[in-house]
Design a protein around this ligand. Structure first.
Ligand SMILES: N[C@@H](CCC[C@H](N)C(=O)O)C(=O)O
Length: 262
């Protein structure tokens, strides 16, 4: 890996944490470098990397998981990306950010940042398993793939050190797996095992997928629905609008800035 000094920032959205790279050329963002940056002992540490780039005269979020793989979309990451742009004076709300899942609009309101994630795709069901236990899971596509399993207790999935098993015919590119319990009226709590990152403290697209799976039977024409989604790292709110857009709202903060030679 070529040695070079370049700027980084570190931040998180409900403790889903990322290394932001405002300067690094795409060619230098190898999977090996992403893994080195995300390493929690030998690196900066993070669930993923957000390279700040430009594409077709817009900001472009180049998102990578901590294992170096690419994903189409990251709901907490794009909110942190917007936080960086606003704090750095590079953009003003509302902000359009291009992603591998198309252009998203971000609105910044004080501490809270809302991402318009677009229309969800509510698909079929398949089985996910951890060890001897298995559950039916709803396939929800939020630009990236999710399998949402309703469980009796969030402890049911155990420590989640290993990737849950899933139907590779349904998810040929892998899947993010959410385990969910209902806590009350329009209130759920979840854990997630993220494709390419392992168990994380939050997942924005995962929170949206969970809300869509939980609220699917409640939708009425002309009515917006909002759910509170508790994650291990905090609380997110997800609104499914009458015109079929999913809005993800929560905090996103920058916690460090510096230079790295990784
Ligand atoms: N943590 C993210 C999702 C990141 C991508 C995911 N691991 C995948 O591979 O699809 C979020 O906040 O949405």
């Amino acid at each position: 890996m070529a040695s070079t000094d370049y700027a980084f920032l570190k931040g998180h959205g409900t403790e889903n944490d990322f290394v932001l790279l405002p300067e690094l050329d795409e060619a230098l963002l190898t999977p090996e470098r992403v893994r080195a940056l995300c390493d929690r002992r030998a690196g900066i540490g993070g669930d993923g990397v957000l390279r700040v780039a430009r594409r077709d005269e817009r900001w472009f979020m180049d998102y990578r998981n901590s294992d170096g793989s690419v994903s189409e979309m990251c709901g907490n990451g794009i909110r942190l990306f917007a936080r960086y742009l606003v704090d750095a004076g590079l953009a003003q709300s509302p902000i359009e950010v291009d992603t591998r899942d198309g252009v998203k609009t971000l609105t910044v309101d004080g501490e809270l940042i809302t991402a318009d994630m677009g229309a969800p795709k509510l698909l079929g069901t398949s089985t996910v398993a951890v060890g001897e236990r298995s559950w039916e899971a709803r396939h929800v596509d939020m630009g990236n793939p999710h399998a949402v399993a309703f469980v009796d207790s969030l402890d049911d999935a155990g420590p989640l050190h290993d990737e849950p098993s899933y139907d590779a015919g349904v998810y040929p590119g892998g899947v993010n797996v959410e385990f969910v319990v209902r806590r009350g009226d329009r209130h759920v709590a979840m854990r997630v095992h993220e494709r390419g990152s392992g168990e994380t403290r939050s997942c924005g697209t995962g929170a949206c997928a969970v809300m869509v799976a939980a609220a699917a039977d409640e939708r009425e024409p002309g009515v917006d629905l909002t759910y509170r989604v508790d994650v291990p790292g905090g609380t997110l709110h997800v609104t499914w609008t009458a015109d079929d857009r999913v809005l993800l709202t929560g905090p996103a903060v920058i916690v460090a800035r510096g230079t790295t030679a990784l």
